[in-house]
Design a protein around this ligand. Structure first.
Ligand code: GLU
Length: 474
């Protein structure tokens, strides 16, 4: 249904569905989602999933029994778009603990509640260049960033204050105590970090260091499935508003900061490479989870326990790399002139409002003979032959107004069809003649001649080459 296939809703189902989800339903019927062809998109995800499944190698973390118990065969991917379309493949209903994937969420909550300025009084923003659990601080004696243990433990001491209210306490009790106990028992390194942070006065005044560590262990022990984790990632992709409930859970600022730090520091000592090759904010954890965010599109949670030597899920990394080599999701992929990669996003020219706007803008540029505006539209891949409600093109308008330069630009550079007729059956040449613009008449006659000879119907590649050569003058 969410893939756009209409179904007849029975009245009970309808009342259940429509309640809070009127927008979801409306969007589904209008195929108005960020990924309109969700069915095809899901097929591609399956293909990428299967390719990653073939990846062997890696070791399942075994420092606590709760992690060692998982089979190395487990592999699941769930995704949730910013408008609530969801897709899952593989082992996506099995619970596992978030481990370090909780760090961005903890940081986001801290910034949401306490503000960026306060949080960054205690923790830096730079990649550390060291292992995530190293006993090390930056030059100002602060943890390097919130994605390493020292940073996350310090932030736990800030967030722990927020958890003093009884309601939130009982929420904490729901955490898996057994897992938490194991983490605590094997947490010597984290205790060492805690004492080091205490010695260097990294905690806020009156903070309880052991309490902060306990809270950190509890956070690492939170269980999710790929399905539920993907909604958390999608909330980050959606600027802090949960796409399923519509609730704002995090502020814009908290989300922006979090994504920036995930981008630079989220993947252990592979963060630089990941930012280079995948170009998306992500965070991985020792349980084999990778929380991946495609900002303004969707969130994903990939999970497979075998880890590579840097501590990232082997299949998770493979999947993220493949995802970005097929789709143009890399932060620095060009969205206008992409050639090889696929864009599953809704195109704005499918959207009636923006396509009307684009015609109106184009017509006004032609009407006022504004060649630099026309050039800008052409460089933005706007269709220079689109028609208004009278079936008139920009060339009709420019010809009727006698704007010689605009006519030359639309013909010589954009190579629009000069024979398009408006609703009264007139071509641009007819308009130029009717209003007595003799120079324009001769430009159009010459162009029509070339156009009919077939010389001017240049290929799209040639056209983009011409446009590229003009870029410097824009
Ligand atoms: N609980 C783990 C630790 O602090 C988290 C490890 C991880 O996922 O990076 O050592």
């Amino acid at each position: 249904f969410l893939a756009g296939t209409p179904v007849a809703l029975n009245p009970i189902l309808q009342s259940l569905c429509v309640g809070n989800n009127i927008m979801l339903l409306t969007n589904a019927f209008r195929k108005n989602f960020i990924i309109p062809d969700f069915e095809d998109f899901s097929l591609q995800i399956n293909r990428l999933f299967e390719s990653a499944q073939q990846q062997g190698g890696g070791h399942v973390a075994d420092y606590i029994p709760q992690l060692a118990k998982f089979s190395p065969e487990l592999w699941g991917v769930s995704l949730c778009t910013i408008d609530g379309q969801r897709y899952s493949v593989g082992d996506t209903k099995i619970p596992f603990c978030l481990q370090s994937c909780v760090k961005p969420l903890e940081y986001a909550i801290a910034v949401h509640e306490l503000g960026s300025e306060h949080v960054h009084r205690f923790v830096g923003k730079e990649p550390s260049g060291f292992k995530f659990n190293k006993l090390s601080l930056n030059e100002e004696d602060k943890p390097h960033n919130p994605m390493v243990n020292a940073g996350a433990i310090t932030i736990s001491s800030l967030v722990a204050f927020l958890n003093q209210k009884p309601k939130q306490r009982s929420f904490l009790l729901m955490f898996l105590m057994k897992l938490f106990q194991s983490e605590r028992e094997t947490g010597d390194r984290n205790y060492a970090i805690g004492y080091y942070l205490k010695e260097k006065k990294c905690f806020p005044e009156n903070a309880d260091m052991i309490g902060a560590l306990d809270f950190y262990f509890q956070l690492c022990s939170i269980e999710v499935t790929c399905e539920s984790g993907s909604v958390m990632a999608a909330t980050l992709a959606n600027g802090g508003i949960c796409p399923i409930t519509g609730d704002r859970v995090l502020s814009d600022e908290a989300v922006r900061n979090t994504l920036s730090l995930m981008h630079s520091c989220g993947m252990y000592d592979f963060s630089g490479q990941f930012a280079f090759h995948v170009g998306l904010p992500a965070k991985s954890g020792v349980s084999g989870a990778v929380l991946l965010v495609v900002p303004n599109v969707m969130g994903l949670l990939c999970w497979s326990p075998p880890l590579d030597r840097l501590g990232n899920s082997v299949r998770g990394i493979h999947f993220c790399q493949e995802l970005v080599s097929y789709f143009n999701f890399h932060n620095y992929d060009n969205l206008r002139h992409f050639t090889k990669k696929h864009d599953p996003r809704r195109r704005t020219d499918d959207d009636p409002v923006s396509s009307n706007k684009s015609v109106v803008n184009l017509m006004f540029a032609a009407y006022s003979g504004d060649v630099s505006a026309l050039r800008r539209f052409a460089l933005s891949a706007v269709d220079m032959e689109q028609r208004d409600y009278d079936s008139r093109t920009a060339l009709h308008v420019a010809a009727a107004e006698g704007h010689q330069d605009a006519v030359i630009f639309l013909t010589e550079i954009c190579k629009v069809n000069p024979y398009n007729k408006d609703r009264w059956g007139n071509t641009p040449l007819d308009d130029a003649m009717q209003f007595g613009h003799d120079v324009v008449v001769s430009v159009l006659q010459k162009y029509q001649h070339e156009y009919t000879d077939g010389h001017s119907r240049i290929s799209t590649e040639e056209q983009s080459a011409v446009l590229d050569s003009m870029k410097s003058s824009v």
